[in-house]
Design a protein around this ligand. Sequence first.
Ligand code: NAD
Length: 438
Amino acid sequence: MDAEHLSRKDFLSLTGKTVALGVAGTLAANGLLHQNVLAQTRPRAVSPPAKIPPGVDEPIVLEAWKSDVDQQSGPTPTPLPPDHRIGYAVVGLGHLALEEILPALSSCEKSRLVALVSGSPEKLKKVAAQYGVAPQNCYSYDTYDQLKNNPEVDVIYIVLPNALHKDYVVRGAKTGKHILCEKPMAVSSKECEEMISACNAANVKLMIAYRIQYQPHNRKLREFVQNKTFGVPKLIEACNSQSSANPAHWRHKKALAGGGALPDIGLYCLNTNRFILGEEPIEVFAYQYSTPGNPLFTEVEELMSWQMRFPSGVIASSSTDYNVHESRRYRVMCEKGWLNMDKAYAYKGQKLTTARAEGKMERQEEIGLAETNQFAAEMDHFSDCILKNKRPFTPGEEGLQDHILMEAIYQSAKEGRPVKLTHKVNQPLRGPEPELDA
Ligand code: NAD
């Protein structure tokens, strides 16, 4: 049996307490088991149950009662018993961690919160009490490296300001834990390369939290585009904009943010365009603007507007602005129709509409899909990769590619000319397609 091809059930039964080390040892001796898989068999502080009950990872089939004129529900969730889930340490307790990530961990099937890292002892105590994190699993930034000694922690999730990602990923890799890092991956492509090297050297997995690549509506649109359901794609128009008000916030400090609207929210247009097309741009051309005298934009840009040219001939026009009412949408124009995504990059509420000609009529359709929690989906994907020893769908190379492109965009805006992409990232950028419930 090849470790790369273990089913979840096979793998979990191998990692059962009593048999894990013996079986893993035999497979490793045969050269069949990757070191990361071995890492999963280490003893945990909290004793796992002997074996998960057979079939617990198979959906329970309920009696059917709906007719097929209605949208079907299910399959039923298949949560792993808590002690078999991958343990997460969340680093940085700001807006994203407290408003989205910690609540999402409660609804994960393969991931669970086990540790917290914060610079504020009061916040740490309160959040730990809210989420049932043991006091000995609470760390400060000074004691962060001690995560190494916590066998309950499998993954370190970095949710800090952008300029801190590199140091915390490199230090995190040295603890031997797998790393999930928020977007943007860092503040430069050079930092991304260091982060990838550090994780490779430590033999730990690195994933960048590109939640849109795990979101059902965006994935369905990608399927339509790549299957040419509406003909050959020709043009994309994308915009991700919002309004900010606090010039003292780290997002408006170049040293902490790396840039303004582009790396924070424009990145969604950039990354999603690449994702849906499944190809990489060969040239970019950009304009940048900041309202003179606005204290929000003394260090970072307000607006970036850019075009990317792809090898297939598709031109993607994108724009982002930190100083307008929120708008998150894109449209893909194809030879025989278009696909439109409203609330495209939002945490929820995606609306996918398509149009095509039918004789004298234009048929417009809204594609209704069940919503999933994007953060839970991406964390469970990463946990799945650890359980099955797979490469993440959005590994560090995916973040590096975006930084190379953003550097070209800034260069183009500065020089007022198109910039060709010469810096090539090793292919394939992404890991195998995620196994998602939706
Ligand atoms: P935030 O400002 O709300 O939280 C940042 C946390 O980092 C705070 O708890 C803060 O105390 C801590 N911190 C530690 N050292 C700091 C320092 N030197 N300066 C400032 N803060 C420091 O930010 P956020 O909105 O939670 O964003 C965190 C990361 O998550 C960013 O990289 C951001 O791009 C990313 N993000 C991703 C999404 C998404 O949808 N995937 C959404 C929002 C933010």
